[in-house]
Design a protein around this ligand. Structure first.
Ligand code: 3PG
Length: 307
């Protein structure tokens, strides 16, 4: 089978070699499309692909229409909001993710971002310590759980909430369950966001939640920019000159935020949470193995569009 690795933001060369090795060992042909300019490049490259490995690359209905032979798409990573599941399902194309494989990289970045903001973006201004502060984890999945463990090891008190995880499991995971999102935001010096972008979560975090945060609090977003109501965030930062926002998913209004709020806000120029050698290797190799298993015997573990 022909498998295309389409990564606008490429995996490391070492990870690519391993992914290629896994696929070729299973008898597949590998094609590469890296750092491409636009969707037209992806649409041309998928023309003869039967399998597709992507990262945050956008697999739209147009991409699917341009890929008549496509049978499987694996998103090497967690979030699959970049894939048009409806269009894929209509063609009975299996879509999978590789849950947990890049979680540690993202969790380490979330902790690093907290410290970066606590120490006023590594300027000489007097900062604060995170030890003894309380962190609220919004969604206690693979990343959220790891952020909680790392925060606890640094002496933070950990609270969490997850609509899909019962309170006793949150306790088992080492966190105190919050009874509501409002409580989480109102009681935590840091809130770290780990929810996916879905119709229910898009623009769900705005003025009301953010202004509930205690004095000097900081919101940390390594998830998706879409979950923030950006106007609400801007209003909240205006109304509360003590609050801070740090993110790995740059808001559309970042230039305005930075100009207005200076060192109280920070966004990485390009999403880098999963950009470690380890995460590239883990997620990439998992994706290759999942494709090989699917073509070998129809295994559909981690399929996110069951049909
Ligand atoms: C994910 O959903 O796995 C992360 O956002 C990482 O995305 P990336 O592979 O585009 O870096």
């Amino acid at each position: 089978m022909k498998v295309l690795i389409a990564t606008q933001k490429p995996f490391s060369a070492a990870a690519v070699a391993l992914i290629r090795g896994e696929l070729e060992k299973a008898g597949h042909e590998v094609a590469m499309l890296e750092k491409y300019e636009g969707q037209a490049d992806l649409e041309a490259a998928v023309a003869d692909a039967e399998g597709l490995i992507i990262r945050s690359d956008k697999v739209t209905a147009d991409v699917i229409a341009a890929a008549p032979k496509l049978r499987i798409v694996v998103r090497a990573g967690a979030g699959y909001d970049n894939v048009d599941l409806e269009a894929a399902t209509a063609r009975r194309i299996v879509v999978m993710n590789t849950p947990g494989q890049n979680a540690n990289a993202v969790a380490e970045l979330a902790v690093g971002m907290m410290i970066f903001m606590a120490r006023t973006q590594f300027t000489p201004a007097t900062g604060s310590e995170i030890q003894g502060k309380r962190i609220g984890i919004q969604a206690f999945g693979n990343v959220g759980r790891l952020v909680g463990q790392k925060a606890a090891a640094l002496g933070m008190e950990v609270m969490a909430i997850d609509p899909f995880i019962p309170a006793e499991k949150i306790v088992e995971g080492g966190a105190k369950p919050a009874s509501s999102l409002e409580e989480l935001y109102a009681s935590c010096d840091y809130v770290s966001i780990h929810i996916p972008a879905t119709p229910q979560t898009v623009r769900s975090i705005g003025y009301d939640l953010i202004t509930r945060m205690p004095k000097g609090a900081c919101l940390v977003n390594t998830a998706r920019k879409e979950v923030i109501d950006e106007e609400g965030l801007e209003k909240a930062l205006e109304a509360r000159p003590d609050l801070k926002y740090v993110t790995d998913v740059m808001p559309d209004n970042y230039a305005a935020l930075r100009e207005k709020f200076g060192l109280r806000v920070f966004a990485t120029p390009k999403k880098m949470g999963a950009q470690t050698a380890e995460a590239n290797r883990n997620a990439g190799v998992a994706a290759a193995r999942q494709i090989a298993a699917f073509f070998a015997d129809g295994t559909t573990r981690f399929q996110v569009n069951p049909f």
